[in-house]
Design a protein around this ligand. Structure first.
Ligand code: TRH
Length: 366
């Protein structure tokens, strides 16, 4: 950034479901402000869900500042007139429909209007990144900005100090963190973050039959949905309260295998450098399985065949609610190599663009 006045932006976040909309929005907002000194106005429609990720949020207030992010409670419905006048940049997270009055303000203020899209590893993303589109009615120009896994995209969300923090998180910190959740640092640890449709009781029964002492860390709200039939012989299921972003990272860094989902925890699992199983957000016509296949093809490039076979089969099973005891024996046999591969991949993707940095650089050039 040169010595011009700090950049100011609106970042729009409509909470569709689950936590990813606000999870990604909060992460982008924080990095814009901390790493690039951007004046961030985060416009959110659902403060209740946002409060999960931003515990100090007061859901009764229309406008408040938290950790130097100015948070507005807004209504994004078509005829809404509650959105504040936009500054130089408008970032529409996940390209939501906007009220006409606000689109008129974007045009009137000549704000640079950018639609931030969902993350996908599919090859077509490279060709759509930075492409403009013109609204046929109003003539409003919108530029698509895609996160991604290549230098032809905006890259993955990665804070400047992430790897320094991960490196500083040594075994002492890991032991303390596991103990703080009520776990035993000596046990093989698996974090479970999945969509509620998962037949998780069946999965836990099968893993218990492996006869290995394993502890599972599971969010309290998912644990409360469990119908645990019996006490387990070898495994332990430990619920944990909803963690703030930095602590969620430490959970992923502390575990030996992470089950993640959606978009944001998926990226964090890649950065954790530990083996992970990603469950894509479930979409109609199994579109999410196409996204999964595209990711695994890219992620397993250059990987030993026996490792990629296990990773692909474990992902396939997990996204299709299938559980295969034999496969788990293969996983444990290859676990050291899988861990080394995951760590290498985290360094490999570290070399790709960092999403927020790409966004700021692009805005600085326009
Ligand atoms: O909750 P998700 O399934 O969100 C989904 C996806 O983002 C999907 O792409 C989107 O279309 C859909 O929402 C609407 O999974 P995700 O993306 O991992 O977001 C979860 C957020 O919650 C993430 O920021 C991590 C955070 N989290 C914590 O901070 N602490 C926790 O304890 C847990 C369990 C999650």
């Amino acid at each position: 950034m040169n010595n011009k006045a700090p950049m100011a932006c609106h970042l729009l976040c409509k909470v569709i479901d689950f936590f990813g909309d606000i999870g990604v929005a909060w992460r982008i907002a924080k990095q814009l402000q901390v790493d690039f000194n951007v004046e961030v106005h985060l416009l959110i429609d659902d403060l209740m869900t946002a409060q999960k990720l931003i515990p100090s949020l007061d859901i009764s207030i229309k406008k408040q500042t938290i950790e130097e992010i100015i948070i507005w409670h807004c209504d994004f419905s078509e005829h809404s007139v509650t959105l504040p006048s936009p500054p130089a940049f408008v970032f529409n997270l996940f390209n939501i429909d906007l009220p006409k009055a606000y689109k008129d303000l974007i045009q009137f203020k000549k704000s640079k209007y950018i639609a931030i899209e969902y993350l996908s590893a599919e090859a077509w993303v490279d060709n759509f990144h930075l492409k403009p589109s013109i609204d046929p009615e109003s003539g409003l120009i919108k530029t698509f900005f895609y996160p991604g896994f290549t230098s032809q995209t905006g890259g993955l969300i990665r804070e400047k100090d992430l790897f320094i923090k991960r490196k500083a998180f040594g075994d002492i910190q890991r032991q303390k963190f596991i103990q703080s959740l009520g776990g035993d640092p000596k046990l093989f640890s698996i974090s479970l973050f999945y969509y509620p449709k998962q037949k998780i009781e069946v999965f836990l029964d099968i893993v218990d039959r492996l006869g290995k002492p394993i502890q599972f860390f599971i969010p309290q709200y998912l644990f409360d949905l469990l119908k645990l039939k019996n006490l387990y012989q070898f495994i332990q299921v430990i619920p944990y309260p909803f963690l703030k972003h930095d602590d969620f990272d430490e959970l992923l860094w502390s575990c030996d295998l992470n089950f993640v989902r959606g978009e944001d925890s998926w990226i964090r699992a890649i950065w954790a450098g530990k083996p992970f199983i990603w469950q894509p957000y479930i979409q109609e016509n199994n579109i999410h399985l196409i996204k999964l296949k595209a990711f695994l093809k890219r992620y397993c490039e250059g990987c030993d065949q026996d490792l990629s076979e296990v990773l692909i089969k474990m992902h396939d099973d997990w996204s299709n609610n299938k559980f295969n005891e034999v496969l788990w024996h293969s996983f444990f046999k290859l676990q050291p190599q899988l861990e080394a591969f995951a760590l290498n991949q985290s360094h490999h993707y570290f070399k790709e663009p960092s999403f927020v940095e790409s966004l700021v650089d692009y805005c600085s050039e326009t």
